[in-house]
Design a protein around this ligand. Structure first.
Ligand code: 4NP
Length: 158
């Protein structure tokens, strides 16, 4: 049996604060990948909110679609490059931050944009909803649902 088939596929979602987009991505993917050999986590490149639950607005919008968000914020650690098979950045700034932490340019092959997996929405980033209104949170979840469906399809055909 190949190693790919004998252990779970590990996916890490990354945003800035780890209280809005990436924990929502984690919650959507957890629901969609239930029962599959997939491990899911999220992290922020910044440490502003370490230990906090996701933003109350994000939790409320996600809960309405059936995604309970219980992750506690943590900061991305360089060891995450080794721990995970796939590291998905929510926006271009998150990707730049990740690449800056990859000092030897060793993990570029594991890093992708979350929106690379969208199949119906024409977007290149998951926009930061933090300073905006409720529609921003809904838009984030729309994108995440599209991307997670695409990601799941890709993982299940590996
Ligand atoms: P996130 O959103 O990166 O999707 O978790 C943000 C959360 C907090 C801040 C910025 C973005 N902040 O500046 O505290």
């Amino acid at each position: 049996m190949s190693s790919a088939a004998s252990r779970p596929y590990k996916v890490l979602f990354v945003c800035l604060g780890n209280i809005c987009r990436s924990p929502a991505a984690e919650g959507v993917m957890r629901a969609m990948a239930a029962g599959m050999p997939v491990e899911i986590d999220s992290a922020g490149t910044a440490g502003y909110h370490i230990g906090e639950l996701p933003d109350a607005r994000m939790r409320s919008h996600a809960a309405k679609r059936g995604y309970p968000l219980t992750h506690r914020a943590r900061q991305f650690d360089a060891a995450d490059f080794e721990r995970f098979d796939l590291i998905l950045a929510m926006d271009a700034s998150n990707m730049r931050n990740l690449k800056a932490l990859d000092r030897k340019n060793a993990y570029g092959g594991k890093m992708k944009m979350m929106t690379d997996y969208c199949t119906t929405m024409s977007v290149t980033e998951v926009p930061d909803p933090y300073y905006g209104g409720p529609e921003g949170f809904e838009h984030v979840i729309d994108i995440l649902e599209d991307a997670c469906r695409g990601l799941l399809k890709e993982i299940s055909t590996r």
